[in-house]
Design a binder for this molecule. Structure first.
Ligand code: SF4
Length: 141
C-alpha cells in the first residue's frame, strides 16, 4: 500500500478513536468495547471494504501464527462456498473472530465499519447495533 494512503487510513483511525473515546467518556455505560463480540457473530453479509483495508487485514493475517491463519482460511473458503451455492446462513460469523475467546484476531487492523458500528444509533438499511439503540432510547428517549 502506498505510504500516503496508509497515512490517510491511520488519520481516519485516529479521528474515529477520538470520537469513540469522547462518546465513552460521556457515557460510561456504553456497551461497545473490545470484548463485545455480538456483532462479529452476526454479520448480515460479508464485509465490503476498501482495497486499503483489505491490504491492511492481509498484512495482519500474515503476521498471525500458522494455526490461526489456517483457521481463517478454512472459514473464508467455507464462506466462499456458501456464497457460490447461494446457501448463506442468516448471520455470518466473521472469519477473523476467535470464536473461543470472542476476540478479534486482527483487532489493530480491523475495518473502519468495526470501529464505528457500535457508535451510531440508526443507519440506512437497519445496520446498527440494536443493543445500543435500546440503551440510548431508554436513557434519552
Ligand atoms: S474484523 Fe474483527 S472486529 Fe470486525 S467483525 Fe471481524 S472479528 Fe469483529
Amino acid at each position: 500500500m502506498s505510504e500516503d494512503s496508509y497515512q490517510q487510513l491511520l488519520v481516519l483511525d485516529e479521528r474515529i478513536e477520538l470520537r469513540v473515546k469522547a462518546i465513552r467518556n460521556e457515557n460510561d455505560w456504553w456497551l461497545c468495547k473490545r470484548g463485545c463480540d455480538h456483532c462479529c457473530r452476526h454479520l448480515a453479509s460479508p464485509p465490503e471494504l476498501s482495497r486499503l483495508e483489505w491490504m491492511r487485514i492481509d498484512e495482519a493475517v500474515a503476521a498471525l501464527n500458522i494455526s490461526a491463519r489456517s483457521e481463517i482460511k478454512k472459514k473464508i473458503n467455507l464462506l466462499l462456498m456458501q456464497i457460490a451455492s447461494n446457501n448463506m446462513p442468516k448471520y455470518i460469523v466473521c472469519p477473523y473472530l476467535d470464536e473461543d475467546s470472542g476476540s478479534c484476531l486482527i483487532y489493530d487492523a480491523r475495518p473502519i465499519i468495526c470501529r464505528i458500528y457500535g457508535y451510531f444509533v440508526a443507519r440506512d438499511g437497519d445496520f446498527y447495533c440494536k443493543f445500543i439503540e435500546t440503551e440510548v432510547l431508554s436513557r434519552f428517549g
